[in-house]
Design a binder for this molecule. Sequence first.
Ligand code: HEC
Ligand code: HEC
Length: 420
Amino acid sequence: MAAAGPLPSADAVFPEPDMTRVELGWQLFYDPILSGNRTVSCATCHHPRLGTGDGLSLGIGDGGIGLGIDRKIDPENPPEQRIPRNAPALFNLGASEFTRLFHDGRLETDVTRASGFRTPLGTEMEAGFDSALAAQAMFPVLSGDEMAGHYSENDVAQVVRQGFLTGPGGAWDILAKRVEAIPAYRTSFDTVIGADTPVRFHDIANVMADFIRFEWRADNSPFDTYLRDATPLPASAAKGMELFYGKAQCDSCHSGQFQTDHGFHAIAMPQIGPGKAARFESHNRDVGRMRVTGAAEDAYRFRTPSLRNLPETGPYGHAGAYATIEAVVRHHLDPVASLHAYDPTMALLLPPDYDNDFALQNTPEDLAAIAHANELTPISLSDAEVSDIVAFLRALQDPGVAENRLGVPATVHSGLLVDQ
Ligand code: HEC
Ligand code: HEC
């Protein structure tokens, strides 16, 4: 077997947690108060029971009831469409190397800008976010399909519809005032920002980011232990590691301690669901990074995902097209053939069916464009080699992730129902 390439070092840097802030963020993360209709919390789509995702290929935000595969459509408020991308896991986002968020990296740290970030909002942005991770919270609360709800339904959705986001009376201000009006939140914020300072949306976002950094640190997998003190991996995982860093060259993209170069690559991943068309367009494509940069060479490039805790985080790929680790690894062996042979039963979607669930797969021009953009060279691996690689990927799971964590709160300060 070819010698493995250089292994990464286990030197990730995480901030020291401030538990007052972490516990406040914990409450807010699980509190549906941040959604227009007070029904969806961040945890609805990022639940620890579902690997900090939602366990679905493409989720349902506002208009659903319950969690994961048991989530049901609310007949009184059916959603117009599925969320167009797979809800990513939130593991290790506190490590300093994570500065780009979303499958297309449309939110990233950018020190050349006054705000410190590059975001699709441009100047329509509030100040005061302490990181890209905190600034991220601005987005789901504005999305009608995710948390805001539809425009006639509530105060947040109405102002979002009018484009009224920043400043007094804007969407983020309405949410901050809702939170501040609850005495237990106000008291907690007294400690964090001072009793005389009004609660602003960025204060909420900053403590939720502290919670995510603390709660889902997961850098103590068997692989991390191996890197730190050479404790051997089980035989099959050890062979898989050699392949990953050697012959299979997975580390040419999945590099570093968390198996990501934080870059963008086109690997002909199948696309399902509504896609990312602008309001006036009618297609089901998601061109990925090109939507951010406008550059043709970025078509169908998506961010290299970190490969931590995969047994919990499926389905896989930016649209969740593959429900198993083995299937998404096999996709890499011959991406274009795999794209054309895609079997819709590999997706995990809640009923009812939507017309656009598999529309792209039946649009030859779109398939051809995705195939044309592919950058990943096919590689031949035996079945035994594939299963060794999968064993290695399993050794990237931090089994201690559920211990010493806050877990799901029994109640939140608003008194609204918490998804358990
Ligand atoms: C309805 C489901 C849904 C809800 C509710 C939701 N998210 Fe997400 N989240 C997603 C999806 C889908 C993405 C990926 C979107 C994309 O790449 O365009 C995402 C991306 C993220 C990311 C970026 C992760 C990464 O690695 O790039 C973070 C952080 C995050 N969400 C945190 C939150 C927080 C905090 C809240 C509550 C304010 C929240 N989410 C509410 C579905 C949801
Ligand atoms: C050319 C860069 C590149 C190489 C080489 C590469 N990958 Fe990937 N991989 C990606 C990108 C990009 C994605 C996400 C693509 C998308 O969602 O459209 C991905 C997705 C994955 C996923 C799904 C993760 C998730 O959470 O959705 C797994 C597992 C994976 N790769 C494993 C591997 C393995 C194992 C190898 C080596 C056999 C490998 N990759 C080689 C770029 C690469």
